[in-house]
Design a protein around this ligand. Structure first.
Ligand code: UD1
Length: 430
């Protein structure tokens, strides 16, 4: 098993190019099977979750090619199988988008219940509520969701909670339904808007994405399209908090600053200097950062995916900070690992109280999940010690060349896969 080994103590300095948004790309690639014509998607991040989804898409019979590292072409005319194999699907959460896409196009789909990071119970009742409201019969049989409809007919759906996945999935199922579908209390994340824009570029008629209400007028068929995925606001935020925690000076390039508003405001609040340009944001931290309080919420609130990153940063800020996790109930597990690095933390339910310490120390820690893994790398960079991070498969699921990008900013980090390599690194860095 691979590990990251990090020798901290060097402020991150420089510029880093941000990849395409993983969570937008996953939904867009699934949507790409909804036409028999070819779709060409650009700015797709080269990360493991994407590889798994593309494998599943080609497994059901679509033709998938990658003319270059960040471009994917899909032609789904040859899809022959509406059953998505469990082995692929259990690995990633976004596999559920194949349910909406297949149901929307073929009126039938059979997909194993999704896996993904263990950050809470993650039910999919709102997805199923939406499919049923459109007229599908949906059953859970032997760990699989089996959905089928004679016709899908537009209707008015009110979501009982705000869900990114359910919003996108029901859009997929509704865009070729008969008549108009209105979705209320929807997620407003930038990737919801990106998926709607992509579907509209394929001939769908979706209005209101990015607001609380989305109106979809069903069309008979979708056509091919060329589309570029938006930049990853979570990857950008990760490097921005890494700059803050290491007292660095980092410019994230190829971003949409508007998508980073909550992150930028929180970084300013704790004392970072921010310079915002059209497509770049520079974060300068001179140390002496101070505490703040945050509550994670659906967009435009502070994103739950960046909660571990701000958590690590606040563990080094002067004063007492309070984090309330408002989206997933199980997203504080990384704090136990951070405490082993010397952070001063108390967790009660969904509230973490963090008293800033002057410094963290190295330890052997586990990545636990995607964002927790990235956050622990940032913690490691902020120590003066060597830290070993296990289970980095989680990080590789969603961050493209994470170690290389950190290295380009001056970090000392290696991927190692044996005790011998680990010792070699330790000897090298002293
Ligand atoms: C997506 C992202 C994930 C991000 C999350 C919130 C992908 C692949 N993953 O996850 O990185 O952290 O959005 O921004 O895009 N819920 C229900 N019933 C449902 C659906 C959700 O109760 O049918 C609850 C969830 O348990 C959670 C909350 O709603 O408490 C938000 O979940 P949701 O927005 O659906 O997250 P995902 O789409 O799974």
């Amino acid at each position: 098993m691979e590990q990251y080994v990090i020798k901290g103590g060097h402020p991150l300095v420089g510029e880093v190019d941000i990849s395409g948004a993983k969570n937008a790309a996953l939904a867009i690639l699934a949507a790409g099977i909804m036409t028999d014509e070819t779709v060409t998607i650009d700015n797709v991040p080269d990360v493991n979750d994407i590889h798994v989804l593309l494998e599943a898409i080609s497994e059901i019979g679509a033709r998938v090619s990658r003319p270059d590292r960040h471009t994917v072409k899909i032609n789904a005319r040859s899809i022959s199988n509406l059953r998505v194999d469990y082995d692929y699907i259990k690995k990633i959460r976004a596999s559920y988008y194949l349910l909406g896409a297949l149901l929307g196009k073929y009126k039938k789909a059979e997909v194993a219940l999704p896996g993904g990071c263990n950050i809470g119970s993650r039910p999919i009742d709102q997805h199923l509520k939406g499919f049923r409201a459109l007229g599908a019969k949906v059953d859970i049989i032997g760990g699989k969701i089996v959905a089928e409809a004679k016709r899908l007919v537009g209707c008015h759906i009110y979501f009982d909670g705000i869900s990114v996945g359910a919003t996108i999935n029901v859009i997929l199922a509704a865009c070729m339904a008969e008549g108009q579908t209105v979705l209320e209390n929807v997620a407003k994340e930038p990737h919801v808007v990106d998926v709607a824009n992509f579907l509209n570029s394929m001939g769908a008629n979706i209005k209101g994405a990015g607001t609380d209400r989305i109106r979809i007028n069903g069309v008979r068929a979708l056509h091919g399209s060329n589309y570029s995925v938006i930049p990853d606001q979570i990857e950008a935020g990760t490097f921005m908090f890494a700059a803050a925690a290491t007292k660095g000076d980092v410019t994230v390039r190829n971003v949409i600053p508007k998508h980073l508003e909550a992150t930028i405001l929180k970084l300013k609040e704790i004392g970072c200097e921010i310079d915002e340009q059209d497509l770049d944001v520079r974060v300068v931290s001179k140390g002496n950062l101070t505490n703040t309080h945050i509550k994670t919420m659906p967009h435009p609130g502070f994103p739950t995916d960046l909660q571990p990153l701000i958590g690590v940063t606040l563990s080094l800020c002067k004063g007492v900070s309070v984090i309330t996790e408002g989206v997933f109930e199980n997203r504080f597990k990384y704090l136990d690992e951070l405490a082993r690095m010397g952070a001063n933390i108390r967790v009660e339910g969904n509230i973490a109280t963090i008293e800033g310490v002057r410094e963290l120390s190295g330890a052997r820690v586990s990545a636990l999940d995607l964002r927790a893994g990235a956050a622990l790398c940032v913690a490691a960079l902020a120590t003066d010690d060597i830290t070993v991070i296990d289970d980095i498969e989680f990080v590789k699921r969603g961050y493209e060349r994470f170690d290389e990008k950190l290295k380009s900013l001056g970090a000392i980090i290696e991927k190692v896969s044996s005790e011998r390599e680990l010792q070699k690194f330790k000897l090298k860095v002293g």
